[in-house]
Design a protein around this ligand. Structure first.
Ligand code: FMN
Length: 165
């Protein structure tokens, strides 16, 4: 069983959006190989319509190029990207996405795929804390069976000095 097959099986019913691509970073890649139902709901499109597309289809006028450059650099370096992007749904509506994207490596260390966990976040009410991590809260909270597994992987946790906080 490959890591990809395992994630596909576990991701199916997850409340959080999960998208898996191939490892081709530059255009026309990365190509979407799998999305779960929650990801389809997040972007307002049937999951089957998204296979083969590049995740760039979610970008629009207010998606910041500087953040995409940070994302691109993380993919190239084979490290995790955690950040907040402005994404667009199929109907053109905009939403703020918290994204935790990680490389999946073969036994020999080669990056074979990327997996991204994505959820909608909204601005926190009241005085914002410093930094994007304090500024947003999840639009809804999933408490399904894989929520614990995601927590133990530190998904959506901000990393500070190598420590998860
Ligand atoms: C698994 C995965 C999920 C991604 N999800 C998004 C996303 O939700 N929104 C977005 O703007 N870019 C997303 N990207 C990033 C773009 O595909 C692309 O890498 C980014 O625009 C930087 O590359 P570029 O400089 O070639 O555009 C995702 C990438 C991967 C590998």
């Amino acid at each position: 069983m490959t890591a990809l097959e395992l994630i596909r099986a576990l991701a199916h019913d997850a409340a959080v959006g999960i998208v898996i691509t191939d490892a081709m970073i530059d255009l026309p890649g990365p190509a979407i190989l799998y999305v779960n139902d929650a990801f389809g709901r997040l972007v307002g499109q049937p999951p089957g319509n998204l296979i083969g597309l590049s995740p760039r289809f979610m970008q629009g006028k207010q998606t910041l190029r500087s953040q995409l450059d940070t994302y691109h650099n993380a993919l190239t370096a084979g490290v995790r990207f955690h950040g907040y992007l402005t994404n667009y749904r199929g109907d053109g509506t905009m939403y703020r996405a918290e994204i935790d994207c990680r490389p999946l490596r073969a036994a020999d260390g080669r990056v074979e795929n990327f997996v991204s966990f994505e959820r909608e976040v909204v601005r926190r009410l009241g005085r914002p804390m410093t930094g994007a991590d304090g500024r947003y809260v999840p639009a809804s909270v999933g408490d399904d069976q894989i929520a614990d597994a995601l927590r133990s992987l530190g998904v959506f946790k901000h990393l500070w000095n190598g420590l998860q906080i």
